[in-house]
Ligand binder design. Structure first.
Ligand SMILES: [Zn+2]
Length: 217
């Protein structure tokens, strides 16, 4: 699943994971875990994240490859969220998933001005990473509904930092969208609307793709 930060990828991947009973593999969750546990990879990752840079391909490809080798993925497949972000990562993913390959790549499209607003309003649990916003607050003021952690505005959710991340995303991801379009694997799905509306669009696109795979010779 591709899409700008703030397009609702995480929410929709979690819903799709329940709908199709397929593991939702979020690089964000894997990263937070590694940083929290202060593994060698986690410490390395934190240096890049503190500097506001994306992780080098070899580091991120390594952890994704390990994850895709686990039993749940072998049985059920996977929904990848936050990977690939670059063409070299996409090439690596193609190799990792041989011979089956990737069935479908979805670009969840939400206009830049809209995600900028969403991200500036975002508040995040420091412990579990759950997302809130100034309009969708936790039940008790700024205490996470799920884990009781502190809910804050992240330092890098200022408008300037958000714009920088969106620029970086576009620079790296535009060639990626083209890469998948050329392979006939890309579908663009409108990500504007309620979570239910967007989910039903996604399910329609995925079901149609499954149907065409089944009827292929
Ligand atoms: Zn929490």
């Amino acid at each position: 699943m591709l899409g700008r930060q703030g397009a609702g990828k995480g929410t929709q991947c979690a819903r799709l994971s329940r709908h199709y009973v397929v593991p939702h593999i979020s690089t964000g969750d894997m990263l937070r875990g590694a940083v929290k546990e202060r593994t060698a990879f986690g410490r390395k990752a934190k240096e890049y994240m503190d500097a506001g840079e994306l992780l080098p391909d070899d580091v991120i490809i390594g952890i994704v490859e390990e994850r895709l080798d686990k039993d749940d993925v072998r049985r059920r497949g996977f929904i990848l969220d936050g990977f690939p972000r670059t063409v070299p990562q996409a090439v690596a993913l193609t190799e990792i998933t041989l011979p089956l390959g990737v069935d479908l790549v979805i670009d969840l499209e939400v206009p830049r001005g809209m995600v900028l607003q969403r991200l500036a309003a975002r508040r995040v649990c420091t412990d579990c990473g759950a997302n809130y916003s100034v309009t969708e607050r936790p039940k008790r003021p700024w205490t996470c509904d799920f884990c009781g952690g502190d809910v804050i505005q992240r330092d890098d959710d200022t408008e300037e930092a958000i714009n920088r991340r969106l620029d970086l995303y576009e620079e790296q991801t535009a060639p990626l969208v083209q890469f998948y379009a050329d392979r006939g694997e890309l579908e663009i799905v409108d990500g504007v609307g309620t979570a239910e509306e967007v989910l039903s669009r996604l399910v329609a696109v995925i079901d149609a793709r499954q149907q065409s795979h089944r009827s292929a010779p």
